[in-house]
Design a protein around this ligand. Structure first.
Ligand code: SF4
Ligand code: SF4
Length: 409
């Protein structure tokens, strides 16, 4: 898979630090090569390729800094950086799903889920990324407002007939997100049915105003247009009186929590909440009731950007435990240590085969546990693990948590 640009030879005047924060520069120095993260990588498990190794990526990036700006460069002059080194680094950065599992094991405190997108941003700046088809996303997002090149006006085409139309102003807002709206529509339907069942008014922006949250561009290192892309959306919510913004997509929640404030230029004018947090309140306060039992064993798979990204692990489980008759099993690796399903890092279409294999590992473990349903809470996981299941495992369903819950009201 070719990368966007293919510089023949890189020799001088490169700067490898400008896209990084102080914390990230310290993180690059902090890796002791202890190896604790080496057994955690789900990509390495399915490819057997050790070049993705976190300490190797860090060591190479650190050496690029040293040779161009560091101690070595100061005394001996800037070294030549070879095209092959950058191509190698680009591949190992892009094959990674940015799941962040390696970071959970890191005693040096490297927040890898956050570090990799910033290293990618430098590679993009140098012309060694993004990879196809990610390299279309910037132009497509600016033109259509979504990264899937779909008509903006079709964003809510899945709207369930049994739900009243959304309002366009109010204190509580629901943000669908591009992947949910265009690629994982059962999830969007489940969200809206559960929000309706919660009996609290919610608003949505008109479809052509609900612009991409920026996550796919952020995670693929395409950071240039992000403030300009999301500021009008934030302003629009503020103008319509929004105090709480809810999304079911872990990636949207993550970027809204961590990055929207810096792109906005300060504290957001509203709170960000994940759908599971909002719906659990509705269950606890008695507005939502499950009347149809689910007499089955099910297992919940934590999305990387929800569990490791924003620390939401218990609310989805508590919601599922409200379903009468349910038997909730756990994966061996769960919560902050959950395995990536393969769909993250905006690479599900770049390294699709890896994602399919990783999805099947989750399906296999769910079947071994005797689960009849594998429950997800992420549109990328939902879409890709369902693809992994097709023609592979007919005896297990891959379902979205809100869609499942909406069928038991
Ligand atoms: S973030 Fe995940 S895929 Fe990337 S190197 Fe770490 S464990 Fe591997
Ligand atoms: S666990 Fe942290 S310090 Fe150890 S090798 Fe991995 S990245 Fe480096």
């Amino acid at each position: 898979m070719p990368i966007k640009s293919n510089n023949p030879k890189v020799t001088e005047n490169f700067n490898f630090t400008s896209t990084l924060t102080k914390r990230q520069l310290i993180e690059l120095e902090a890796c002791t090569r202890c190896g604790a993260c080496l057994t955690q990588c789900p990509i390495q498990d399915v490819t057997g390729d050790t070049s993705i190794s976190p300490p190797d990526k860090i060591a190479l990036f650190r050496s690029l800094i040293n040779r161009t700006e560091g101690f070595q460069a100061k005394f001996m002059g800037q070294a030549k950086i070879h095209d092959d080194e950058l191509k190698h680094l680009s591949r190992s950065l892009w094959e990674c799903t940015t799941c962040g599992r390696c970071g959970e094991m890191c005693e040096a405190g490297i927040f890898s889920q956050r570090l990799w997108p910033f290293l990618r941003a430098k590679m993009v700046e140098l012309g060694y990324g993004p990879w196809e088809p990610q390299n279309m996303m910037e132009e497509v997002a600016l033109r259509t407002g979504n990264v899937y090149n779909q008509p903006a006006e079709n964003r809510y085409d899945w709207w369930p007939e049994d739900c009243p139309p959304y309002k366009e102003e109010g204190e509580i807002a629901y943000y669908t997100g591009c992947t949910t709206a265009y690629e994982s529509q059962p999830m969007a339907i489940g969200d809206v049915r559960m929000l309706t069942a919660n009996k609290i008014d919610f608003m949505m922006l008109p479809p052509e105003k609900e612009i991409c949250c920026g996550f796919p561009l952020y995670v693929s290192g395409q950071h240039k247009i992000l403030p300009d892309l999301v500021r009008p959306v934030i302003q629009d919510y503020a103008d319509r009186g929004v105090k709480t913004l809810i999304s079911s997509c872990p990636c949207c929640c993550n970027v809204m929590t961590r990055d929207w404030p810096r792109w906005w230029g300060g504290k957001l004018p509203f709170k960000i909440r994940h759908m599971s947090q909002f719906i659990l309140e509705g269950l606890k306060e008695g507005r939502i009731k499950f009347n149809k039992p689910l007499n089955e064993k099910i297992v919940y798979d934590d999305p990387c950007y929800l569990a490791r990204g924003v620390g939401v692990t218990e609310e989805p489980r508590e919601i599922l435990k409200h379903l009468p008759g349910v038997d909730l099993a756990e994966f061996k690796d769960n919560r902050e240590m959950a395995r990536c399903c393969g769909a993250g890092g905006a690479v599900k279409k770049v390294f699709s085969e890896n994602a399919i294999k990783m999805g099947r590992i989750a399906i296999d473990e769910a079947r071994e546990l005797g689960a009849k349903k594998l429950v997800l809470s992420c549109p990328a996981c939902f879409q890709k693990v369902n693809e992994s299941r097709e023609g592979y495992a007919e005896d297990i369903e891959v379902v979205d948590i809100m869609k499942l819950c909406s069928e038991h009201l």
